[in-house]
Design a protein. Structure first.
Length: 259
């Protein structure tokens, strides 16, 4: 009777043995993964036969990234992992613009890139706070995106200068100047330094272009009118205005001499 009531005990389930670990390196660095994606090995060639140019450039950009991070550490605003990835991606996009040259000369693409960088700045600002959304806390949130915006302005202009696209450099300056004016102005004056740096960078690039380029009279007058309109936001554009006035004056003098 007692034996009939007792149920037979179930056998314990055997735990399977752990799977062996995969041999080789389990993790790769971020730059190594990007280098593998951006520079596939050509057919019929050994991957180690030719060192990809873009992989070399990535190591150069990593030095710039480290410099930016060191500056932020001095200001007690370290980058998070997500913000660092966004900054690396922005630098890689600039590096990709060097090949081909036509890609960098497309102002439509440059316009979309700067517009995206500006939108990221405003998305990073918390608007649900009771206090000001232009204080130091909000500035720290937006700082990595402000750095990415500055890097885009600087490096796109440098690419155009290297390609000797003088007239496109001037157009890029006017376009990027407008986006820079639309960046938020912070409560603390020192926090607006990045904005002023963008103005100075754009003005210096236009000044470098005007040293090699003398626009036609109609084009020069148009540029002069547009540059004078930007002067209300920053006086950094003043040397470019003087250079354009000198070029137009020399053009008028040469036209009178021909008569």
């Amino acid at each position: 009777m007692m034996a009939a009531l007792c149920r037979p005990r179930r056998a314990l389930v055997e735990i399977p043995a752990p799977q062996p670990k995969i041999e080789g390196r389990m993790r790769r660095s971020y730059l190594e993964i990007l280098g593998a994606r951006l520079s596939p090995s050509p057919r019929g060639r050994s991957p180690t036969a030719v060192v990809p140019r873009r992989l070399q450039s990535l190591h150069q950009w990593s030095g710039r990234i480290q410099t930016q991070c060191d500056k932020m550490e001095d200001q007690h605003t370290p980058l998070s992992k997500q913000q660092l990835v966004q900054l690396i991606r922005s630098l890689i996009l600039v590096e990709q613009s060097q090949e081909p040259r036509v890609f960098a000369s497309d102002l439509k693409y440059l316009h979309e890139d700067l517009q995206l960088k500006k939108a990221n700045v405003y998305r990073s600002i918390p608007y649900s706070r009771l206090g000001s959304n232009r204080d130091a806390h909000c500035y720290r949130k937006a700082y990595p995106h402000l750095v990415a915006f500055k890097v885009s302005c600087q490096e796109w202009g440098n690419v155009l200068l290297r390609n000797q696209e003088w007239d496109v450099v001037l157009e890029h300056t006017l376009m990027a100047w407008r986006f820079t004016c639309e960046l938020p102005q912070w409560d603390t004056v020192s926090h607006n330094a990045l904005r002023e740096q963008c103005f100075s960078i754009l003005a210096s690039q236009s000044q470098a272009a005007l040293q090699h380029y003398s626009p036609p009279a109609s084009r020069g007058r148009e540029l002069l009118r547009r540059f004078k309109m930007t002067q209300q936001h920053s006086q950094a554009i003043t040397p470019c205005i003087k250079s354009l006035q000198r070029i137009l004056g020399e053009a008028d003098d040469s036209a009178m001499d021909t008569k």
